[in-house]
Design a protein around this ligand. Structure first.
Ligand code: ADP
Ligand code: MG
Length: 618
């Protein structure tokens, strides 16, 4: 029997499967969609509840996993079984986070400091990917419950500064949660879209996206032209956010009560209770002048003025980051057309004022700062669904792009996840004397050997004038334009001969292809390193054999018979090592041949120089 999905929100039949936008936040996460009828982005929520799902996971005694508000309530009573800020651990090792380890009131495993971090709950271990997948699963279920339709496809946002490992981890978390992650999108890009910036192809704007959340701060400078988002710079602090404001309040109250940090360590429940009170105070002070409450019979109070004194250093730090971001983007404050405020902590009046003062213009805060990223993600997913063909969505390259070099090695010119548009060039030279042409083979993929990657194009640079090997300078340039089209140019700089080609199939990969290629690069990483080492050794050996042979031919008369014999023997040994495919042996034999040839090579060179010098003085 066929199932017909009915959208409860609109009462209409659900025609197509819906792609949702997800903001997977450090503190709060949420789902948004494009409303099928109003065509506006809306955050999903049950009646009379918040759209925000706290990114908190609680493991109860029966092995059940609870996510969201209910889990957040357990932070006080069961800190060891209740995980918050898991996003801060994504793609991190214990070494990366150890200076802040005391911040986590749950157990972060510290036995193997180099490998990726794990969290221990009871007798079980969880990776940050597992933990994020629990949050995503909860979001998926909530969305399905609200929409009354299966939700299998999503766009998930990540901070612009997330590296490959962190983006991949986010994708994996989505997969574990049963979501097909169509795209990982930068949070500032999403936030801009939610303000409608970039939806009009003609418009050209420079924007600063200031995102102060619970655990992290980042500022991104984006340039939008022709419907394309280019990240000019990012800056920030992954340990600066609303949590730090809470901490500052906690310390203030501790000091006032004559307590110390040690009192928190010895009583984790008290620590968490105080932390939540501090957050309550902070939120209250965004709209009132004074906060008064009590905990365990003691009065807790804080004035807005006192609060602002406490957080002034934090706000100043964010301003410094803004300065640095502008500097990196080679822009002045006046060049910024729009300032977009993102994250719950931008509700703090002092934050808004300081940023507006710094840039010298009012900030954009009309869209709910908690929801703005998710709303933008929903807009992105709508574009991906093909409902808005005017907007281009090429912000990063999905796979590395490079050319084949000696020995079949992949030489990457534009790494995966590079911002688009993008440019890169590198110089190469010839291997043979008088070589008149050079084949340029363009590949895409993450493996070290080109044969394991995907060939995109190939062409010959011909007409290089005859020169000794190593003399020509062939510059190969890659350029990806705003339409995602890669053009490759090769130019011999001494003679000016050049050749170029456009590669249009760059995005012709299905998601499965892409996934497989990325997965392959992980599973084969070890093999690849070994193989690369061997190929490099072999290439070096072959070059040494060629130069040695040339040298001997040219200088036969100047060599002793013994030198000739030992050299020939060492060359033969090296040749043998190459055929045995033993990298260490190849290196040993290279060394041996070098040791034999170096003394006479130096002698002959010295003689040649002496002759030349003499000639000159005559
Ligand atoms: P994240 O992106 O890290 O998930 P959010 O954007 O959801 O974070 O921001 C969460 C932070 O915003 C928390 O520290 C929370 O205390 C803070 N916050 C929420 N509302 C307010 C408010 N009205 N005033 C000040 N801070 C707030
Ligand atoms: Mg956020």
């Amino acid at each position: 029997m066929a199932k017909i999905a009915i959208n409860i929100a609109t009462g209409s039949l659900q025609q197509e499967e819906m792609i949702v936008g997800i903001d997977l936040g450090t503190t709060n996460s949420l789902v948004a969609i494009i409303h099928p009828e109003t065509k506006q982005a809306v955050a999903l929520k049950e009646h009379n509840t918040s759209s925000l799902v706290p990114s908190v996971i609680h493991f109860d005694e029966n092995g059940n996993i609870v996510v969201g508000e209910e889990a957040k309530n357990q932070l006080i009573s069961q800190p060891q079984n209740t995980i918050f800020s898991a996003k801060r651990l994504m793609g991190k090792s214990y070494d990366d986070i150890k200076t802040n380890a005391s911040f986590f009131s749950y157990k972060v495993i510290d036995d193997n400091t180099d490998s990726l971090v794990k969290v221990q709950v009871g007798s079980k271990f969880y990776t940050p990917i597992d933990l994020s997948s629990f949050i995503l699963k909860e979001l998926k279920q909530r969305a399905e419950h609200i929409l009354k339709t299966p939700v299998n496809k999503a766009v998930i946002t990540v901070p612009a500064y997330f590296n490959d490992a962190q983006r991949q981890a986010t994708r994996d978390a989505g997969k574990l949660a049963g979501l097909d992650v169509l795209r990982i999108v930068n949070e500032p890009t999403a936030a801009s879209l939610a303000y409608g910036i970039g939806m009009n192809k003609e418009e050209e704007k420079t924007i600063a996206v200031y995102d102060l959340g619970g655990g992290t701060f980042d500022i991104s400078i984006l340039k939008i032209s022709n419907g394309v988002f280019e990240v000019l710079s990012t800056n920030g602090d992954t340990y600066l956010g609303g949590d730090d404001m809470d901490k500052a309040i906690v310390h203030y109250w501790l000091e006032k009560a004559g307590l110390t940090e040690a009192d928190l360590v010895s009583n984790k429940e008290f620590a968490q209770a105080l932390r939540l009170k501090a957050e309550e105070a902070k939120i209250a002070l965004s709209s009132q002048e004074e906060f008064i409450s009590e905990l365990n019979g003691d009065t807790l109070s804080l004035s807005k003025a006192q609060f602002e004194t406490l957080i002034q250093p934090l706000v100043d730090k964010t301003v410094t980051c803004c300065k640095n971001a502008l500097k990196d983007a080679e822009l002045k404050k006046q060049d910024i057309d729009v300032i977009v405020m993102v994250g719950g902590s931008t509700r703090v009046p002092l934050v808004k004022q300081s940023i507006s003062n710094f840039f010298g213009k009012p900030v954009n805060d009309s869209v709910n700062p908690d929801e703005v990223v998710a709303l933008g993600a929903a807009i992105q997913s709508d574009i991906l669904a093909g409902n808005n063909k005017d907007v281009l969505l090429l912000d990063v390259t999905p796979l590395s792009l490079g050319i084949e070099t000696m020995g079949g090695l992949m030489d990457v010119l534009i790494p995966r996840n590079s911002k688009i548009p993008s440019k890169a060039s590198r110089q190469y030279t010839t291997q043979k004397d008088g070589q008149g042409g050079m084949r340029i083979s363009v590949f895409q993929g993450e493996r070290d050997m080109v044969k394991d990657n995907r060939r995109l194009a190939e062409f010959n640079l011909t007409g290089i004038p005859g020169m000794p090997a190593g003399l020509p300078k062939v510059e190969v340039s890659f350029m990806i334009n705003a339409d995602g089209i890669l053009s490759v140019k090769a130019k011999e700089l001494r003679s000016g001969v050049e050749q170029s080609i456009d590669v249009k199939s760059q995005y012709g990969l299905t998601d499965e292809d892409l996934e497989k290629m990325l997965l392959d690069s992980i599973t084969h990483a070890k093999d690849d390193i070994a193989l690369r080492a061997l190929v490099e050794a072999r290439t070096e050996a072959e070059q040494l054999l060629t130069t040695t042979e040339k040298f001997i031919q040219k200088n036969t008369a100047l060599l002793s018979k013994e030198e000739m014999i030992t050299t020939a023997a060492a060359m033969q040994a090296l040749q043998l090592a190459i055929t045995m495919e033993d990298k260490d042996l190849v290196h040993t034999k290279i060394e041996e041949l070098n040791n034999i040839s170096r003394p006479y090579a130096e002698r002959i060179m010295d003689e040649a120089i002496a002759v030349a010098m003499k000639g000159r003085t005559v």
